[in-house]
Design a protein around this ligand. Structure first.
Ligand code: PMP
Length: 403
């Protein structure tokens, strides 16, 4: 991996913030975009723009071809068996809302249970809580250790005859823990329970193949994988998507409409009501091709090296505690320095040009599990460097001295 060439692909990285070179360590929230992705958006609006699927004219056909080719790029990227299993959504959040709503409507009776874990993002908690009041389901929560690892032995105890689905994050956006999803899927499938994987923090860091994993659903957001905002992916095994009722109604998702009886379109369009974001899908596909060319294995290795270096350097700081010390970790570090509020740390690092995230990271139950209100989080991407880590560490040292 030639890091200088990679950095040159991301124009924003050469800008300054508060008169200092930008050090962008807020990649868990969103990644920066390579030039090819932004160029693709421009190309789509300048030369291809037309509404997809319904048009007979040249541009509509061209836009449709681009949009559907992007679906196949996503299919290949995650190793899905068919492009029909790829539903475009607005993001991870909408994808989980889609599944929770349609799945509970079709398969759950009051008292049925959905299992999530204690390290979930709010978007894999609240949609299920909404279903608690709509469908009468009950949420069960898989506990985690002080290191931030799932307690696997508890899973078999939590599973009951009422368990209808397990929905779990692949990688924690706070702790960086890479969960043993292969094992979880194996245990679940022994009892014929489907599994939804929240891959919002994983597809950009480690190779993911849905057929090898054998997961039933998998969701991710484009903006966290170098693609545009407002776009996301829901993968679902065809056998499940076929059975699920539509999530939203409108144009595009129908086969025929009359006031007496409306029938729905085939997969994946049944779940894509309204004009789809064909610009977003093509720009996402461009982002996926960009990182595939670099190679996810190489990215994973590079980021792991960065994680090890940053962890070692941060731990040289007195009174600094890292939250999330799982054996299998991705490039996210949450920490607190005793005596310095996480918010103050974030604001002061910002004056040095370093962008980190502070607060509860949309995981309030997880904060409560650790008895804290929030952390400082540095999350790395393929364009970050050890020199940038040094700037962070030196910055924290200066801040600690101020307090
Ligand atoms: N799940 C995880 C693990 C996340 O990190 C995030 C975003 N921080 C989401 C879900 C929600 O993603 P989005 O806001 O793009 O829908």
């Amino acid at each position: 991996m030639n890091i200088n060439n990679i950095r040159a692909n991301f124009p924003i990285l050469s800008r300054q913030v508060h008169g200092k070179p930008l050090v962008y360590f807020d990649n868990g929230a969103t990644t920066q975009k390579p030039k090819c992705v932004v160029d693709k958006i421009q190309e789509m609006y300048y030369s291809v723009n037309a509404n997809v699927h319904r048009g007979v004219h040249f541009l509509s056909q061209a836009a449709t071809d681009e949009h559907e080719a992007s679906r196949r790029t996503v299919q290949e990227f995650i190793g899905a068996a068919s492009a029909n299993e790829i539903v475009f959504t607005r993001g991870t959040t909408e994808a989980i809302n889609l599944i929770s709503s349609s799945f509970c409507r079709e398969f759950c009776k009051p008292g049925d249970e959905i299992i999530i874990s204690a390290m979930e993002h709010h978007s894999n908690i609240v949609p299920w809580q909404l279903q608690e009041s709509i469908s009468g389901i009950k949420l069960r929560v898989l506990p985690i250790t002080d290191e931030g690892e799932i307690v696997l032995e508890e899973l078999e105890k939590l599973i009951s005859s009422r368990t209808k689905l397990i929905s779990i994050t692949h990688i924690s956006n706070v702790l960086g823990t890479i969960n043993p999803i292969e094992k979880i899927i194996e245990i679940a499938h022994q009892q014929n329970i489907p599994v939804l994987i929240d891959a919002a923090q994983s597809v950009q860091h480690v190779p993911v193949n849905v057929q090898q994993l054998d997961c039933d659903f998998l969701v991710f957001s484009s903006h966290k994988i170098y693609g545009p905002t407002g776009m996301g992916v829901l993968y679902g095994k065809e056998k499940w998507l076929e059975k699920l009722p539509p999530y939203q109604g409108g144009g595009e998702m129908i086969s025929s409409v009359s006031f007496e009886k409306t029938t729905f379109a085939d997969l994946p369009f049944k779940f894509e009501a309204g004009t789809p974001d064909y610009v977003g899908s093509t720009a996402l596909a461009t982002a996926l091709r960009y990182i595939s060319e670099i190679g996810l294995d190489k990215i994973a290795e590079y980021e792991h090296d960065l994680l090890t270096y940053a962890t070692d350097q941060l731990l040289t700081i007195d009174k600094l505690k890292i939250y999330g010390t799982a054996k299998n970790k991705s490039s996210v570090i949450s920490f607190l320095v005793n005596g310095v509020h996480h918010y103050d740390m974030g604001v002061l690092l910002d004056t040095m040009g370093v962008a980190v995230r502070t607060g509860h990271h949309c995981a309030e139950p997880l904060m409560r599990r650790f008895g804290i209100e929030g952390t400082v989080r540095a999350s790395f991407a393929l364009y970050n460097t050890k020199e940038e880590v040094d700037i962070l560490v030196n910055g924290i040292r200066r801040i600690v001295k101020m307090f």
